[in-house]
Ligand binder design. Structure first.
Ligand code: PLP
Length: 225
């Protein structure tokens, strides 16, 4: 599989202020090493066990992004090394990440997942829930996490005007929160994680600063191994 060519092709379409997270879920370490050899350092995974298995086999300077739905009881397995957790959708989960980060004497970057899609199945907070979380006394006491931005997934549809509307709503919320909360010891809003293979160019036009791209780089995924 021409991972290197695919990666360089995608990179050529991404402006320098946007971080590319190469989503390697279900793909073998050989494919990750091929992308690594071509200079890629940010990789994203969705499953805790798979991420833990890969992390020990791969170079230590990889920045691992956990982009799946994280259960509180599994935070401990990735807390020693994970660079950023994208799908944080509750104070409970954030509190557990803080606890496990403290045990490892580090701070973990987190993105609040915001519900922007017109689909029942997607996880996430709405704007006022995110605001309430950031305003709470409990949040203020978390010293081992850094909330660095927001993450969202658009509706899985061909309707680009709907996708655009959803992406823009995430950017608008980001700007509002940034203006209202400023910078704190555990809050520094710099990152909008939105856009995947099918919609990343639109996402960048709507303000994305971090795209998560899998199949365009590594090929289609085959779940029945
Ligand atoms: C799998 C996944 C991606 C990558 O999807 P592609 O369509 O393969 O680019 C991005 N974000 C999340 C949250 C994912 O689960």
């Amino acid at each position: 599989m021409p991972v290197k060519e695919n990666l360089l092709g995608v990179k050529a379409t991404i402006p320098s202020h946007v971080t590319l997270v190469a989503v390697s879920k279900t793909k073998p370490v050989e494919s990750i090493l091929e992308a690594y050899g071509a200079g890629q350092r940010h990789f994203g995974e969705n499953y805790v066990q798979e991420l833990v298995d890969k992390e020990v086999q791969l170079p230590a300077d990889i920045r691992w992004h956990f982009i799946g739905h994280l259960q509180s009881n599994k935070v401990k397995y990735i807390a020693p090394f994970v660079y950023m957790i994208h799908g944080v959708d509750s104070l409970k989960l954030l509190t557990e990440i803080n606890k496990q980060a403290a045990k490892n004497s580090r701070a973990i970057n987190c993105l609040l997942q915001i519900y922007i899609a017109k689909e029942e199945s997607k996880f996430g907070l709405d704007g006022s829930e995110a605001e309430n979380l950031l305003m709470s006394a409990e949040f203020n006491q978390l010293a081992n996490i850094r909330v660095v931005g927001l993450m969202g997934m658009a509706t899985n549809t061909d309707d680009t005007s709907l996708i655009e509307k959803e992406f823009k709503s995430l950017t608008t919320l980001f700007q509002l929160l940034k203006a209202n909360f400023g910078k704190k010891h555990n809050l520094d809003l710099t990152t909008i994680s939105m856009g995947m293979s099918s919609d990343y160019k639109l996402a960048i036009n709507c303000g994305s600063t971090m795209v998560r791209i899998g199949s365009t780089i590594f090929g289609e995924r085959n779940y029945q191994k």
